[in-house]
Design a protein around this ligand. Structure first.
Ligand code: ATP
Ligand code: MG
Length: 616
């Protein structure tokens, strides 16, 4: 598959409609052309999925287009799915259409209710709604509210009827070759396939066999139903693709009702047609399936099973994010082999992981929408996502001081200046420099503070303006101090930094700027600092495209992707709620962990730094 490194792909051509800027892309162009040409003027929708007769009895479809997001409930959604979600729901929103959330749950083996629930939760978290009101016939919003949540397994009866129809028309047959024989006879790109010896059975014989399959008279794998198309087709997908297989497995929705299950390539076009989807948008790997898609829906429409006009499939390039993998199988391996703590580990590119890490739906939507849609796989730099996160949080996250690598600072003349070691000198700062509505943070100075270990050097390097003996720096929102030295333990490790307050230099008081300093230091009073666990996250893999080429992506896991440290927070953070996001001054954006954070045992995750450090 080709990869493009264009991170602003699609962003060049913007069209402005209703005040919002949306990247233009080929799918929008197709839909706009269709709508201009008044395509599918007589499209009926009965209000629920169904066959041709069902829809014919219904009214004209008030939705101008219908799209769908069709996840298989066999794992958690990842950032690549966010692309598909935003594309499908976004196109429906922008063009007076409706997007269905459809669980493509035709494979009984790997699907579970847990995933169904998680997928619904994350689509809603991203801000989309499958219960939106259908627009009324004149295109205005406000038609009947409807729930566009569907399960492909609800269509098993219709799929089976479709299979019987194809058999009666001589368009499908039951093949009893072994899987090995079938594989060998399929041929390859350079060799045409060979017809199965079972290919010329009569429709009656095939119908009897298909019913035996359905009725459980044959063991799993004994035979399959295949379409009868062309074993010599240059498109291998047209060499009599399998439609149904025997599989005794309990399905999460239909239980043990069926022992035969439709293949994905057979089921999906039928699902689209039953739901009157107009634009069936999928990823590029399905391009070669499109001729079969068209073959199938056309024959079933001829047979009066599927309503016309028929859905049409369009393919776009997948979205990949650098430094992660976006394949459910590989993500599952990371979870099952214990490389991460679960699907919602904050290092994971799953939506549950990204939410826990602190990424906002707004930032994910903005990133995904900025990439448009194209015919090549899009590699998006992780730093682009972080840029959108910062843009989203900059204006709304309250500021706070936090010390991540603490060392004690002792103010030697504290009692002299304030009359007592017990005195607490109140200080304050705006919660946000430009958003006064967020209010003021209150904290106080005492004789001992926590500062960052890196803010003191016994011997300064060139250009270092923070604390070293004889140098002055400002305690942010507090006083100027002059460093006098440090204390060390028997191993020579620095245990405390020593300094003196410079009188009359308190921030915000007249004359505070009379003494000029170049360094500013963040701090937390040790009398009131909140001891906290800080989980510092970095990229999950050491290379941008960990699953490219032949190598094993597990060899490229970044061992330092998670570092846990103990630090101190200013007292304003005592009220922090799980999921609440902050900007820790000079350190970056942090979120109170939605799973582990408690007010008596705080846990904060680092989302990202204040500026892009990925490029370094
Ligand atoms: P995976 O390969 O990770 O298992 P999938 O395609 O099998 O993903 P589905 O549940 O079938 O997972 O996907 C639902 C929809 O999301 C499909 O329409 C699929 O094409 C789309 N999708 C999956 N991954 C991406 C991606 N990286 N970029 C864009 N769309 C994607
Ligand atoms: Mg899939």
């Amino acid at each position: 598959m080709s990869a493009s490194h264009d991170k602003t792909e699609g962003a060049a051509a913007h069209d402005k409609t209703d005040g919002t800027v949306k990247p233009s892309n080929f799918l929008r162009a197709i839909i706009e052309r269709d709508l201009e040409q008044g395509f599918q003027p007589a499209r009926h929708f009965a209000g629920s999925p169904g066959d041709a007769a069902h829809h014919a009895a219904g009214p004209l479809d008030p939705a101008k287009i219908r799209t769908r997001f069709p996840p298989e409930p066999n794992g958690y959604l990842h950032i690549g799915h966010a692309k598909s979600i935003c594309l499908n729901f976004g196109l429906a929103r922008d063009y007076g259409g409706i997007c269905h959330l459809r669980f493509d749950d035709t494979n009984p083996e790997k699907e579970e209710q847990e995933y169904v629930d998680a997928i619904k939760e994350m689509v809603a978290w991203l801000g989309w709604n499958w219960e939106s009101a259908a627009p009324s016939a004149d295109g205005s919003a406000g038609g009947a509210t409807a729930n566009h949540l569907f399960y492909a397994s609800d269509y098993f009866d219709l799929m089976y009827r479709s299979a019987e129809y194809l058999v009666t028309q001589g368009l499908a047959y039951v093949d009893e070759q072994t899987p090995d024989e079938m594989r060998a006879n399929r041929g390859d790109f350079s060799t045409p396939g060979k017809n199965s010896p079972f290919r010329d059975r009569s429709p009656d014989e095939n119908l009897a066999r298909l019913r035996e399959m359905r009725d459980g008279q044959h063991p799993d794998g004994a035979m399959v139903l295949r379409a009868k198309i062309d074993m010599a087709s240059p498109n291998i997908n047209l060499r009599d693709p399998a439609l149904y297989r025997i599989r005794r497995a309990t399905h999460h929705n239909t239980g043990d009702q069926w022992c035969i299950y439709p293949m994905y390539t057979f089921a999906h076009p039928i699902e689209d047609a039953l739901e009157c989807i107009t634009h069936s948008i999928c990823t590029l790997e399905f391009e070669d399936q499109r001729p079969f898609y068209d073959w199938l829906v056309e024959h079933l429409a001829q047979g009066g099973l599927l309503a016309r006009p028929l859905p049409h499939q369009y393919e776009f390039g997948r979205l990949n994010l650098t430094y992660v993998v976006t394949s459910k199988r590989k993500l599952r391996q990371l979870v099952e082999d214990g490389h991460v703590s679960g699907w919602d580990d904050p290092r994971m590119p799953t939506l549950v992981g990204m939410r826990r890490r602190g990424y906002t739906p707004e930032s994910i939507r903005a990133m995904v929408e900025s990439t448009g849609a194209s015919k090549t796989t899009a590699w998006i730099e992780y730093s682009v996502l972080d840029g959108y996160l910062r843009a989203d949080l900059e204006g709304k996250a309250a500021r706070a001081m936090a010390v991540l690598d603490p060392v004690r600072l002792k103010l030697e003349n504290y009692a002299e200046i304030f009359g007592s070691l017990d005195h607490r000198e109140p200080c304050q700062a705006p919660a946000h420099p430009h958003v006064p509505e967020l209010g003021t943070r209150q904290f106080s100075l005492g004789p001992e503070l926590w500062i960052e270990r890196e803010d003191f050097l016994e011997v300064p390097t060139k250009g270092y303006h923070r604390l070293y003996p004889g140098n002055k720096a400002r305690l942010k929102y507090g006083y100027i101090i002059e460093c006098t030295g440090c204390e060390k333990d028997a191993d020579g490790r620095i245990t405390a930094v020593l300094a003196k307050l410079v009188p009359d230099t308190k921030s915000g008081t007249p004359g505070a700027d009379a003494v000029k300093v170049k360094g500013v230091i963040t701090w937390v009073g040790s009398h009131e600092g909140i001891a906290t666990e800080l989980r510092l996250y970095d990229r999950l893999f050491t290379e941008a495209q960990p699953d490219a080429g032949e190598r094993n992506f597990l060899d490229l896991l970044n061992p330092d992707a998670k570092r846990v440290v103990q630090g101190y927070l200013e007292p304003s953070l005592a009220q922090a709620q799980p999921d609440q996001k902050f900007q820790f001054e000079r350190h970056g954006y942090f979120v109170a962990d939605r799973v582990d954070h408690r007010s008596d045992q705080p846990v904060f995750n680092k989302i990202t730094g204040l500026r892009d450090s990925f490029a370094k």
